[in-house]
Design a protein around this ligand. Structure first.
Ligand code: PGA
Length: 258
């Protein structure tokens, strides 16, 4: 599969934003604006509390639902946690795993992320594995070593046939307004795909969609999507405005050859 055949995908990571009323207002505007979009895959990742309400509103549409995290056990005495089966039950198709905010603020390790990834796959959820270097690591010339380690540890024990996506999200670009240069993002995405080749084999590596995330907005999205190894974007801040996010979806749609 080449970058022309891997389906383009945009994910809105709402993080800890919106209450029920504001989410419904968002959807009214957003749904209308993306009604005709068929080639680009659209995914919304609301907080847990809104999964059901958002899921209901998008049920009859082409828009898919994602959760922002999960716990790896199926059920049991794990106060406050949410399992893959529960997410599946709410209609989730995707789940974000190992976001840098979870690694940094909640102490998630590669080992934990590996378990979460396995649990997602067992429940038939498509995991979006987030990896990325900090500014310090980039300055020390360790970007590729960090990506390699995060990738290897997260994917350990996974069958090559298991489907997942990778989001390359340099930590220094998330929520800072300072995006990576498209060429830098491409260099990392190319490196990730090359490592995937050795972990999963040539064919599967070509198949895996790699997203870029970190201060993506209407004015820079296209430059990322033009890169041969970047198949979409994970959008935080700019996805909170339904008009902007719909505009990004439309931009992507226009770039996909029919
Ligand atoms: P941002 O967040 O677009 O606000 O930088 C991206 C992310 O954290 O996924």
């Amino acid at each position: 599969m080449s970058n022309r055949t891997r389906r383009k995908l945009l994910v809105a990571n709402w993080k800890m934003h919106f209450l029920r009323a504001s989410a419904l207002d968002y959807l009214k505007v957003f749904r209308e604006r993306v009604r005709a979009v068929m080639k680009t895959e659209i995914v919304l990742a609301p907080p847990f509390t809104l999964l059901e309400a958002v899921g209901r509103e998008i049920r009859e549409t082409q828009i898919k639902l994602a959760a922002q995290d999960l716990f790896y056990e199926n059920e049991g005495a794990f106060t406050g946690e949410i399992s893959a089966a529960m997410l599946k039950d709410l209609g989730c198709a995707y789940v974000i795993v190992g976001h840098s905010e979870r690694r940094r603020l909640f102490g998630e390790t590669d080992e934990l992320i590996n378990k979460k990834l396995q649990a997602a796959l067992e429940a038939d959820l498509l995991p979006i594995l987030c990896i990325g270097e900090t500014l310090e690591e980039r300055r020390a010339g360790r970007t590729q070593a960090v990506l390699e380690t995060q990738l290897r540890r997260a994917l350990e024990g996974l069958a090559p046939s298991e489907k997942h996506l990778i989001a390359y999200e340099p930590v220094w670009a998330i929520g800072t307004g300072v995006n990576a240069e498209p060429a830098q993002a491409q260099e990392s995405a190319r490196f990730i795909r090359e490592r995937l080749r050795s972990f999963l084999g040539e064919e599967r590596a070509q198949d895996v969609r790699i997203l870029y995330g970190g201060s993506v907005r209407v004015s820079n999205l296209e430059s990322f999507l033009q890169m041969p190894d970047i198949d979409g974007a994970l959008v935080g801040g700019a996805s909170l405005d339904p008009v902007s996010f719909a505009e990004m979806v439309q931009q992507t749609e226009r770039m996909v050859p029919s």
